[in-house]
Design a binder for this molecule. Structure first.
Ligand code: 5GP
Ligand code: MG
Length: 195
């Protein structure tokens, strides 16, 4: 499904000024359903250990796991990004261990968005070193044009161009995670300032 990029007809309370809706909550719902089908087909009845990257992956994880019906365990890892300005590259801080054992498990590493690929590849390397039976990755959004580390997600929702997006778990300075839609911020020159 390609971005509709419909401009908001009028400023909506709680939305960033000048935001454009890329994907509505309804479009996200049907994409998450499609992804859940792909994941069910890949794992069948085998137990799955989902490791969600916080905070961005929180809303996606909550919706996705409720559409999976195999035995399932949920763990989280925190990857801080210190992105003051939306366009700045994130300084990556990774945990030493996930809080859930992954050795000899079928592990599905889940994130909100695949951008440069640094976060997911570093986390996948960490998890891979802990001896999972299998390790796959899932991301709701993918910006392939921004990739620095060559990594592809095994399951992905939407491909988007080089835009900074918020909503459905994704933030700008910790705001907008609660929006039901995924919206693009206007380019930095005219975009909102932090605070
Ligand atoms: P990567 O390590 O692939 O460059 O970045 C992945 C992380 O950067 C994501 O998990 C997310 O936290 C953040 N990120 C990348 N692009 C965007 C974006 O367009 N919007 C928001 N809110 N976060 C982003
Ligand atoms: Mg993130």
């Amino acid at each position: 499904m390609s971005p509709s990029a419909a401009p908001l007809r009028e400023p909506r309370s709680g939305y960033p000024p000048g935001a454009r809706v890329l994907f509505t909550g309804e479009q996200i719902r049907s994409t998450v359903e499609r992804m859940a089908g792909e994941i069910r087909a890949a794992y069948g009845e085998q137990e799955l250990t989902v490791v969600a990257v916080l905070h961005g992956g929180l809303v996606f994880a909550a919706d996705l796991i409720r559409r999976l019906d195999m035995p399932l365990r949920l763990g989280v890892v925190m990857a801080s990004s210190y992105r003051g300005e939306a366009r700045e590259p994130a300084a990556l801080e990774l945990p030493q261990h996930p809080q859930l054992d992954v050795a000899d498990r079928h592990v599905l590493l889940l994130d909100d968005i695949l951008d440069t690929g640094r976060t997911l590849s570093a986390l996948a390397e960490r998890l891979g070193a802990l001896g999972p039976r299998s390790l796959r990755t899932v991301t709701l959004l993918d910006k392939p044009s921004r990739r620095v580390v060559p990594i592809q997600a095994d399951f992905r929702g939407f491909e988007i161009p080089d835009l900074f997006v918020v909503g459905y778990g994704l933030d700008f300075n910790e705001r907008y995670r609660n929006l039901p839609d995924i919206v693009a911020l206007p380019p930095p020159a005219t975009g909102p300032r932090p605070g």
